[in-house]
Design a protein around this ligand. Structure first.
Ligand SMILES: C[S@@+](CC[C@H](N)C(=O)[O-])C[C@H]1O[C@@H](n2cnc3c(N)ncnc32)[C@H](O)[C@@H]1O
Length: 216
């Protein structure tokens, strides 16, 4: 892929860019601080999609190159459906909207809300917050970060992920400059037979959030 991109980025036989493809975990990857001009990403939404399972064919094809340990990857994933091994507490850096949402999940009367679901949601926001901290650290001052995120529901509790991500970003020196919303009619949650038992819309809002890294 890098070679093809390199071949396409030649003008009159001269190299104009040197593409590199790197693999890393956004929660821990350490790019040099202030080294990146722009980040474009669509992180996992908080909808309990198990990406290790969803991308098992791709992971199998890439295995000779990546040598990824699948059970470990499944734990590392943002949005992992596995209960985290370490104890995680709500952190003030995650903002008011996120803290309230997590308390609403914890106190929800449905089965396993205060246990399994609360703990996997804590894991999600802990990893997202660490990733956003890394993302901001690696950006140059005035660099851009574009994040595409979707809202959802936990049972009947609204998960306003675009607002929560904006609050986490603001804590990490990222100023929201522009937001574009798109209404998505077909969602995975809408296909789930039990989700129809709760009063909530079957469509979702996909937001494109554009941030600028502030100096200082
Ligand atoms: C909403 S999907 C985005 C897919 C991407 N836009 C594409 O077209 O392939 C979220 C992606 O984030 C990846 N992901 C999950 N946890 C991650 C982590 N800790 N570090 C880096 N990527 C992660 C998942 O494997 C998944 O491919």
């Amino acid at each position: 892929m890098a070679q093809t991109l390199a071949a396409r980025s030649q003008i009159n036989g001269h190299e104009t860019a040197r593409p590199e493809i790197k693999l890393g975990d956004s929660t821990s990857v350490a790019l040099p601080a202030g080294s990146v001009d722009m980040i474009l990403t669509s992180p996992p939404y908080c909808t309990r999609i198990d990406y290790t399972a969803a991308t098992r064919l791709e992971l199998a094809v890439l295995h000779p190159l990546t040598k990824i340990d699948i059970p470990n990857l499944s734990r590392q994933m943002i949005g992992s459906v596995r209960v985290p091994t370490e104890k995680i507490e709500i952190c003030s850096d995650w903002g008011e909207t996120c803290s309230k949402f997590l308390r609403d999940v914890q106190s929800h009367p449905s089965k396993a809300s205060s246990g399994y679901y609360y703990r996997t949601h804590l894991d999600y926001f802990c990893k997202m917050s660490n990733s956003i901290q890394n993302l901001s650290r690696s950006l140059k001052t005035s660099g851009l970060a574009v994040l595409v995120v979707q809202d959802s529901y936990y049972k009947d509790v609204y998960n306003d992920l675009p607002k929560m991500i904006s609050e986490i970003c603001s804590f990490h020196n990222l100023k929201l400059r522009r937001r574009e919303d798109f209404r998505i009619q077909r969602t995975m949650a809408g296909l789930h037979p039990y989700s129809r038992g709760y009063k909530r819309p079957m469509s979702a809002l996909e937001a494109v959030l554009c941030f600028e890294k502030l100096g200082g």
